[in-house]
Design a protein around this ligand. Structure first.
Ligand code: NOJ
Ligand code: CA
Length: 730
């Protein structure tokens, strides 16, 4: 066991918490009165034994000693608290721990039964990811508690070099049977009024823009009048989504998130209007409980505090993944494959075609996108350009019923529309070496989907396909449940498990935001759970700092199906009156393939738009979706980032660099390349006078021969980017 409690810290804590001592220290005449006080101090020291027994306090340090969590239990009051220091500085001041269960607060009147420590040191290899090996090294402390009704509760702390995780566990519920958890009462008492990047706490949607304020200034009032997303449910304007990311005056970054979210409502946080602390705010369901737990030893999801000396470090932080359990899929995993895909998708969003086979009045829709001929056209394009998959939306019965029937039965996942010839498409796709990504939009009609899951999965497997894109657009059925509540969290996880049984990979849209579950279920390739590219097609869109905020917040929990790669920035191709556009340059669309990590990356634009610019499209054809190594060359939250990644099991590197609305001159040094080797760098940079607002199209492509230590200079236009492929010259 290598947890070494810091004796000095414990002593300091005990002395500090002893009031007579505090009074003496602040007494101006302390020295003069020394003699008089001697007898009293002597008595104090003798009585400190009794005091020691009243307060349990242990410092759990990270293996490198830089992170310290002090966990305290006040035996007199019966409550637990913690605080966190990083590199000698306080990050979280003393903060309460506890839950509200069955109307009782499990943070006062508890009895401490004991404590124990442990250490874990090892490495593990993700099936796919940003790096091929991850170190898992932490020191752990478990506090064993019991309430007046004999309900046992453990609080477990794990301290890693890149942050702190803690969670509540009910090791034995036999005595009490069903437990209703009414709220998580954990406090995060931040040491400063940090700069904060946050999205509003919405029980039903994650598809919001981000704001950047101090903690004390958090106020989501402006989001209430926003019509996007239409099914929003914002209950408290001081509450935010997790992960919420903060930065101190000295540059230290902190993100509060959760890991391994299962059988529980999702964690949001309420900011205190008078100061700068957060209190946990877990989303309930139809009933006010945030979770009902029965007949178990039960472990709640982890509360994760990610720590990094700077913004760049946050992007290679592995705390969330390390707090998740190892892979639960047994046996052969070779069916799980990172993929690049195209599909019948953007054309639906920009109005070239539609999802419905029939209009609402039953007449055929002449613009139905998912017809056999159009699908074959995409299959041809995918095969020609080396893509693995073709996503097809609008292929099955149900789309024309969506807005006028009740949600008890809506979509049919084994019944294609009459103009979608499934056997022929399956044959043609197999001949071309491409697989269809089968869309399962549920329209948030959840029980109906649950009934059909097995038959739907057997159906698509029988045609040789093994990836689904699920969707939960709109208000949920059963009514009263929320996208972030326990009922839905269980649903999303059931889909992953069932899909794994059928050897199916999953990309989920409109789910709860991810919490690193792809370690446990590596068939969980990506999800949306944030405001994606689609908003550019039909709303005010995403401003140039949006993706630069997403990667430091939402993406910390797992990959996002953002769907980059739009070349036709003005979206009036099929409707001259259409004013919407994408708020980037074309070069920035290329950069997103590297900066915004996902093992499932779409080339979202239409084949005809790629065919017009084959030289620029080459980068999308080349860029891999699985990596051995990732380096962040520079980063500032919401402003800019430059990411370099090495292709999985290969020596080639790819770089993505992007900025918000501010143009920047960048200089990068390639000191990560292997020595004694030569490489050809192809640089796709914003062309002359480019800018996201007026001139998004020019991309200048140039080549340089480079080696370890070479420097590359380039200019990022306003809302611009740069993408670089670096291939070894053999
Ligand atoms: C919203 C999803 O995010 C989008 O990708 C999909 O095309 C539509 N729903 C329709 O299912
Ligand atoms: Ca969506």
């Amino acid at each position: 066991m290598s947890v070494t409690p810091d004796k000095m810290d414990i002593l300091r804590f005990k002395l500090f918490h002893f009031q007579p001592f505090q009074l003496l220290c602040t007494n101006f005449n302390f020295r003069l009165k020394m003699r008089k006080q001697f007898i009293f101090l002597f008595a104090l020291l003798i009585s400190s034994n009794a005091l020691l027994a009243q307060v349990f306090s242990e410092v759990v340090k990270s293996p490198d000693g830089k992170v310290q969590a002090t966990v305290t239990f006040d035996k007199k009051r019966g409550n637990a608290s913690y605080k966190v220091r990083y590199k000698g500085k306080e990050i979280i001041k003393e903060s309460k721990l506890g839950l509200k269960v069955r109307g009782e607060y499990l943070y006062t009147g508890m009895v401490m039964l004991g404590s124990h420590t442990a250490t874990q040191k090892g490495t593990w290899k993700p099936v796919w990811g940003e790096t091929e090996e991850i170190e898992e090294h932490y020191n752990e402390l478990t506090l064993e508690l019991k309430d007046a009704l004999k309900l046992k509760m453990n609080i477990v702390f794990r301290v890693f070099n890149d942050g702190v995780g803690f969670r509540y566990e009910f090791p034995d519920t036999k005595q009490v049977g069903l437990i209703s958890v009414l709220q998580d009462a954990t406090v995060f008492n931040m040491a400063e009024d940090f700069e904060t990047w946050w999205a509003p706490s919405d029980w039903d949607s994650n598809e919001h823009t981000y704001s950047h304020t101090k903690i004390s200034e958090i106020d989501a009032t402006k989001y209430l009048s926003d019509i996007e997303p239409f099914n929003q449910h914002i209950v408290d304007v001081k509450a935010v989504q997790t992960p919420v990311t903060m930065q101190s005056g000295s540059g230290v970054c902190v993100s509060i998130a959760e890991a391994a979210l299962a059988d529980f409502g999702a964690l949001h946080l309420k900011a205190d209007s008078s100061g700068h602390n957060f209190t946990a705010f877990v989303i309930p369901g139809i009933n006010p409980e945030i979770a009902t737990v029965n007949g178990l030893p039960f472990k709640m999801p982890w509360r994760a505090i990610l720590l990094s000396p700077d913004a760049a470090g946050l992007l290679t932080n592995h705390l969330i993944l390390n707090l998740n359990e190892p892979c639960k899929i047994k046996g052969d995993l070779s069916w799980i494959k990172p993929q690049k895909y195209v599909g019948i998708w953007w054309e639906l969003h920009i109005g070239k075609s539609g999802w419905n086979y029939r209009e609402a009045d039953g007449k055929p829709n002449p613009r139905h996108g998912a017809n056999t001929e159009n699908v074959k056209h995409y299959i041809d394009f995918a095969a020609k350009n080396g893509f693995d998959g073709v996503l097809v939306e609008g292929w099955n019965e149900g789309w024309d019923k969506w807005f006028n029937t009740n949600k008890a039965e809506l979509f049919d996942f084994t019944k294609p529309y009459p103009d979608y010839d499934m056997p022929e498409i399956s044959r043609y796709a197999a001949e071309k070496g491409v697989k269809i990504i089968v869309h399962h939009e549920t329209g948030a009609a959840v029980p109906s989907y649950e009934q059909q899951m097995d038959s739907a999965y057997n159906y698509l497997r029988s045609f040789g396909f093994n990836t689904i894109k699920t969707g939960y657009v709109g208000h949920l059925f059963p009514k009263g449940e929320w996208h972030d509540g326990q009922r839905m969290v269980n649903h999303y996880n059931t889909v992953l498990e069932k899909a794994a049984d059928h050897q199916i990979m999953v990309c989920a849209h409109e789910p709860v935001r991810p919490s690193g579950m792809h370690r446990t279920w590596p068939n969980f390739m990506a999800c949306e759970a944030a405001r994606g590219q689609e908003f550019n097609a039909w709303s005010k869109g995403n401003d140039p700092s949006h993706e630069l905020t997403l990667i430091f917040t939402r993406l910390l929990g797992g990959p996002m199906d953002y769907t980059p790669g739009i070349f036709q920035i003005d979206l009036n191709q099929f409707d001259a009156a259409k004013k919407e556009r994408v708020h980037t340059t074309v070069a920035k669309q290329l950069a997103l393939y590297v900066t915004l990590y996902s093992p499932l990356q779409m080339a979202a634009d239409l084949p005809e738009n790629y065919e017009k610019r084959p030289d620029v499209f080459q980068f999308i054809k080349d860029v891999p979706v699985d990596w051995s190594e990732t380096r962040i060359l520079n980063a500032a939250i919401g402003d800019y980032v430059t990411t370099a990644r090495r292709q999985k099991n290969a020596g080639d590197w790819y770089i993505g660099s992007m900025t918000d609305e501010t143009p920047r001159d960048m200089k990068i040094k390639l000191d990560f390349l292997e020595s004694k080797k030569q490489y050809e760098a192809t640089i796709y940079e914003d062309g002359p006078d480019a800018g996201y607002n007026k001139n998004p199209y020019p991309v200048n492509i140039r080549k340089e021969t480079v080696k370890k230590g070479s420097k590359i200079n380039y200019h990022l236009a306003s809302g611009g980017g740069c993408a670089i492929s670096i291939k070894e010259i053999k």
